[in-house]
Design a protein around this ligand. Structure first.
Ligand SMILES: [Zn+2]
Length: 490
């Protein structure tokens, strides 16, 4: 035994009585590392449709106790807890900071994975960690806490502004019972937030990506009725034919948008994306469809997304004028989630996010069928707000007009990181709800040299070293944001 090992053994011996007197979780902290704690969090299966929120919350609570953070458990829906942790600042009159992440993840198909999706297996040769939720977004959820751990233990740092860390449910299924309910609550109002960091996306290159806006999604259902008839007869106004004519126009619009991207004139996030997601028509039999019958109903579903710079009223007009034009001698309605716009022909019901979407759809369907004529409805469900409470587009400024921007940018650079040009996120996150409240919100997940694998099979946090580097970035960012005392007017 070398002297070094002897000393180690002796110190272990002397520290034993002390160790046994410390609480169990404190022992855990001494034997675990940032990577093993990340693996522990990843092994909790919070994938839909049955996310294990309670195990995730108790794990996070035990971690937060070690950092002396106060914890509040909030419920805006019975089985969907939201954990809010707080590190109080020395000047509570200053607006506070919120670091947000979501608890849930999308489902995984284990058979398509190299390693089981909840094993959080770390390949020792590459440092890759395989797990659903590794990129989206359990990484940032724990990196926030690891950074606070470093600030406390290595820097003896005390924040000036209060820092809140939220773990919200429901993000992957719309956020309505999670962040949307939270931002509308009293508990949120009293936080007096000045700035929010939420999830971003991995970067393939050497720079970190940052997002100042999300695209807004519309779920669009095009539903047609028409004259039914025998499969042998040719006539105008069949339901499938009606549907296909609208779908053709929508496909042409889609092609034009994609051409702009291919020609380098716009980025994927700048154009309106229109993607068909389902088709439904025909009269089913036990082993297929009736082949000699033209059905009286047909429908297609589309996922449509557009940036905050897109004029949504113009887009609605385009839908009304071009996708279901009166010139085709066809009646149509554009229904938003609040209900059909025309009282004359639309069903007399308003859809609220809290009511049953399925029940509302059925009413629309029955109403359509009862019309018993050639008809087409474009039914749009807005999946969240389009403007903030003052009517402004949901965007966070990334120039000097936003006093938080230079603080954030310099903090990333001080940690040796570099930011690429701020972007609009192609998908949608909970950030839209805090932006709706007028609170500057940036999407940021410090992953560089990492392929974007969120929602993919074999979602992998490319390297453990990338995760550890991200903690360093957050140490710098959290320190700078929470010690910033400048006047901030929104
Ligand atoms: Zn996410």
């Amino acid at each position: 035994m070398s002297t070094h090992h002897l000393l180690q053994a002796l110190s272990l011996l002397f520290s034993l009585p002390l160790l046994s007197a410390t609480p169990h979780h404190q022992q855990d902290q001494e034997t675990t590392t940032p990577i093993t704690r990340f693996q522990q969090y990843l092994r909790i299966n919070t994938a839909h449709p049955n996310p294990d929120y309670s195990s995730a919350i108790s794990f996070l609570q035990s971690q937060s106790q070690l950092l002396n953070l106060t914890a509040h458990l909030l419920h805006f829906s019975p089985s969907k807890p939201l954990l809010l942790l707080t590190w109080p600042g020395s000047n509570p009159s200053l607006p506070s900071i919120l670091l947000n992440s979501h608890l849930d993840s999308v489902p995984a198909e284990p058979s398509k994975w190299l390693h089981p999706p909840f094993s959080a297996l770390r390949d020792p040769s590459s440092g890759h960690i395989y797990a659903r939720g590794a990129q989206d977004d359990k990484c940032i959820g724990l990196q926030y806490l690891e950074a606070i751990r470093v600030l406390q233990s290595q820097f003896n740092y005390k924040p000036t502004r209060t820092i809140h860390i939220s773990y919200v449910p429901d993000e992957e299924i719309g956020g309505f019972d999670g962040m949307m309910a939270f931002v509308r609550s009293k508990e949120f109002e009293v936080l007096n937030l000045g700035f929010v960091l939420d999830e971003g996306q991995a970067s393939m290159g050497d720079e970190y990506r940052v997002f100042y806006a999300d695209r807004s999604p519309w779920h669009v259902v095009v539903r047609a009725t028409g004259t039914p008839g025998h499969g042998s007869r040719m006539f105008d106004g069949g339901a499938v034919e009606n549907l296909m004519r609208s779908v053709e126009v929508m496909s042409r619009f889609r092609e034009n948008q994609l051409d702009l991207v291919k020609a380098g004139l716009a980025g994927y996030s700048d154009v309106v994306s229109v993607n068909p997601v389902y088709l439904k028509a025909g009269i089913p039999t036990p082993d297929g469809f009736v082949m000699n019958m033209q059905p009286s109903q047909a429908e297609a579903g589309f996922d449509i997304r557009f940036s905050p710079t897109t004029d949504s009223d113009l887009l609605k007009k385009k839908i009304a004028d071009e996708w279901a034009p009166a010139s085709r001698n066809m009646s149509f309605e554009v229904c938003l989630q609040k209900g059909c716009t025309s009282a004359k022909s639309g069903p007399d019901i308003a859809f609220q996010p809290s009511s049953s979407y399925v029940a509302y759809e059925r009413i629309i369907y029955e109403w359509l069928i009862n019309l018993a004529e050639e008809y087409l409805v474009i039914f749009i469900t807005e999946k969240g707000p389009l403007r903030d409470y003052l009517g402004r587009p949901l965007m966070t400024a990334t120039d000097d007009s936003n006093p938080w921007w230079p603080i954030f940018k310099q903090a990333v650079e001080a940690a040796g990181g570099k930011l690429s040009k701020p972007e609009i996120l192609a998908s949608t996150t909970d950030a839209r709800f805090t932006r709706q409240m007028g609170i500057p919100t940036l999407g940021f997940s410090p992953m560089k040299n990492t392929p974007i694998l969120l929602h993919d099979h074999n979602e992998v946090f490319l390297k453990d070293s990338v995760y550890l580097e991200g903690i360093k970035v957050y140490v710098s960012v959290i320190k700078s944001l929470s010690s910033f005392e400048g006047a901030v007017s929104l």
